[in-house]
Write a protein that binds this ligand. Structure first.
Ligand code: NAD
Length: 438
């Protein structure tokens, strides 16, 4: 189709809706074909995607593969392996008054035309993993990459139409004006990943059309470190989860809660852990990412004097580099504790023990993730029972979201709804109740 100038959001949505109405996206064969094409896009364009992710965030090729490209390929493979099973209608027992010949079941219907709005921190994964679910559920999709990761946005806008069915999948690039224009249209679902301020804008716009939303938001994800753990192991895992992508990970441990004696021993362990990951000069490590832009660089450097610097504390604005930083003696009301850090700064806040840590968590917004490092079953169970968070990780940060059979999403301020694997099918389908009486 030839268009004079870029297609307007209303025209994109109308075109995809017309496609959806033909039934083209519904057969499972179309869905799996699209997933295979998306898989081919990812495996055939590794170097282009890696270069874009390096340009936007300084991600190494290995990290780009592990956390973006390979991650999405695994999500596709898991979906292809199980899709037929997930889509199978589920029979429901029928009450006697309807007669023995009546049957009932639920069937998964695609919703229609859905919008996926992605953030900049994992700009490929967080656009494409929801798209996998939307396509697997038989929808037409408008994908809006983040303008703050311009290289990735541009490479995906170029490649997606080459691989996927352009009558059913469209990419709209742009920032606030373009997203605002899209949100004025009627979608059948809006899937947004980003911050709570924009999450509210998305939900308000969707409310005009009674469109359901999934909001994948963030917040401060705490990590409690008990006194009975092996601190070198814990420090290595904390640092690995915190400093991946220079701390710009929605489920990164935001801050550490521990008692004063454990804190004193954890500090040198974290110094060793940072050195183990990135050497003595992380600025020279090819494995260490950069801050997305100057605005976030300035915001983050403004947080560096919120405590005593244990390691790091330095930066280079021209390189958008901030050293992996650990801050100790951080007061609960310090600036670094007032907002989601979303950068390579790990504050340690001391509490008397698990009781106070649980209160500390419950006094604040429900986090996207909570991490508990404890050898005690009783303590682990207490955190599980007495706190609320999107996900809970015992002994290992971030990893829960790589388990394809677990739902990924927040609760309260950290979001609503979830996805990954079969939960994406739930999110992007309507469960239709069907009764049949001969
Ligand atoms: P961002 O600035 O890239 O914004 C996300 C999207 O919202 C973009 O596509 C952008 O164009 C759009 N947008 C921005 N302002 C808008 C407006 N006024 N109206 C309409 N659309 C608008 O990303 P961000 O919000 O800076 O991302 C970081 C946040 O995302 C953090 O809070 C992080 O924790 C959260 N996050 C959550 C998850 C998750 O899965 N739960 C994953 C990654 C990031």
């Amino acid at each position: 189709m030839n268009h004079p100038g870029p297609e307007q959001p209303a025209d994109v949505v109308a075109r995809l809706r017309a496609t959806f109405r033909t039934g083209r996206t519904k057969p499972v064969e179309w869905r799996t074909a699209q997933l295979h094409r998306l898989r081919a896009l990812l495996t055939e364009n590794g170097p282009d995607l890696e270069a874009a992710l390096h340009a936007d965030l300084g991600k190494s090729a290995a990290e780009a593969q592990r956390t973006e490209i390979g991650f999405t390929v695994r999500e596709i493979d898991h979906t292809l392996d199980h899709l037929a099973d997930w889509l199978r209608p589920e029979p429901a027992p029928v009450p006697a008054h309807l007669g023995a010949d009546a049957t009932a079941w639920t069937q998964y219907d695609p919703l229609g035309v859905v919008l996926v709005v992605a953030p900049w921190n994992y700009p490929a994964q967080l656009l494409l993993a929801p798209v996998v679910g939307a396509l697997a559920a038989g929808n037409a999709v408008v994908a809006k990459p983040s303008e703050l990761a311009p290289a990735t946005s541009s490479v995906l806008a170029r490649l997606l139409p080459r691989y996927l069915d352009t009558e059913a999948v469209a990419v709209v690039e742009g920032g606030v004006p373009e997203t605002t224009a899209l949100l004025a249209e009627r979608f059948d679902h809006v899937f947004y990943t980003g911050n709570g301020t924009v999450g509210r804008i998305v939900m308000r716009a969707a409310a005009e059309h009674l469109t359901p939303v999934t909001l994948e938001l963030g917040g401060k994800s705490p990590a409690f470190v008990d006194r009975d753990v092996d601190l070198d192991v814990v420090a290595a895992r904390l640092a690995g989860g915190k400093f991946l992508n220079a701390g710009q990970t929605c489920v990164a441990p935001d801050y550490v809660l521990t008692d004063p004696e454990t804190a004193a021993a954890l500090e040198p362990a974290l110094v060793r852990a940072v050195e183990g990951l990135y050497g003595t000069d992380p600025a020279r490590s090819a494995e260490y990412a950069r801050i997305v832009n100057e605005r976030h660089y300035d915001r983050l450097t403004g947080l560096l004097d919120s405590g005593r610097v244990v390691v790091g504390g330095t930066g280079d604005r021209s390189e958008k580099y901030i050293a992996p930083t650990v801050l100790a003696d951080v007061a609960p009301e310090a600036p670094v504790m007032r907002e989601e850090i979303f950068g390579p700064i790990l504050p340690i806040v001391t509490v008397s023990g698990p009781d106070e840590a649980i209160d500390f968590v419950n006094d604040r917004d429900k986090p996207l993730a909570l991490y508990v490092f404890s050898e005690s079953d009783a303590t682990r169970e207490r955190f599980a029972a007495e706190t609320s968070s999107g996900g809970l990780g015992h002994g290992l940060p971030l990893a829960h979201l790589t388990v394809s059979d677990l739902p990924f999403g927040g609760v309260g301020e950290s979001g609503m709804g979830n996805y990954h694997g079969r939960y994406s099918i739930e999110t992007f389908s309507h469960r239709k109740a069907v009764l049949k009486k001969p």
